[in-house]
Design a binder for this molecule. Structure first.
Ligand code: RB5
Length: 148
């Protein structure tokens, strides 16, 4: 995909990895908005998940990236926001399929689970894949109907 904009968020458990991935994104030509956290001091991941998810849901960027210790808490919290399809991906196959079949718009990664090189590949796989539509669109509409 042609680089556009991505919004980043992390807690302290994902702070170091978020910093690394931000550098890669800039190198790849993406416009990056980093909403924090901005230190490795302890913070609450739902605050950052909500901020990123609301911006993506509002159309401020097509994608968001959330990093916490496991990626789990960020994923649970982001998926509470209507219109957000957050996927926890710790390897490249899931990252590609999250876009191709699930049209995920937020990628969640565990900064204490995978290393920076694999995380870079996961992020690249997610951003380079495209939604395949067709039968997958019908399934996503069924998920959307659960938000009503
Ligand atoms: C913080 O200690 C940790 O719970 C958080 O980063 C994340 O892993 C939650 O899912």
């Amino acid at each position: 995909m042609r680089p556009t904009k991505i919004i980043l968020g992390s807690d302290h458990g994902g702070f170091a990895l978020k910093q690394e991935l931000r550098e890669h994104l800039a190198h790849w030509g993406w416009e990056v908005e980093d909403i924090g956290c901005s230190t490795s001091q302890s913070v609450d991941y739902p605050d950052f998940a909500a901020a990123v998810a609301k911006k993506v849901a509002a159309g401020e960027a097509p994608f968001g990236l959330l990093v916490c210790g496991t990626g789990i808490g960020m994923c649970i919290a982001a998926n509470k926001v209507r219109g957000v399809r957050a996927a926890l991906c710790q390897e490249t196959y899931s990252a590609r399929m999250a876009r191709a079949h699930n049209n995920a718009n937020v990628l969640c990664i565990g900064g204490r689970v995978i290393g920076p090189e694999l995380a870079r590949e996961v992020l690249a796989a997610f951003l380079e894949a495209s939604f395949e539509g067709e039968r997958h669109q019908r399934r996503l509409e069924k998920i959307s109907s659960m938000e009503d």
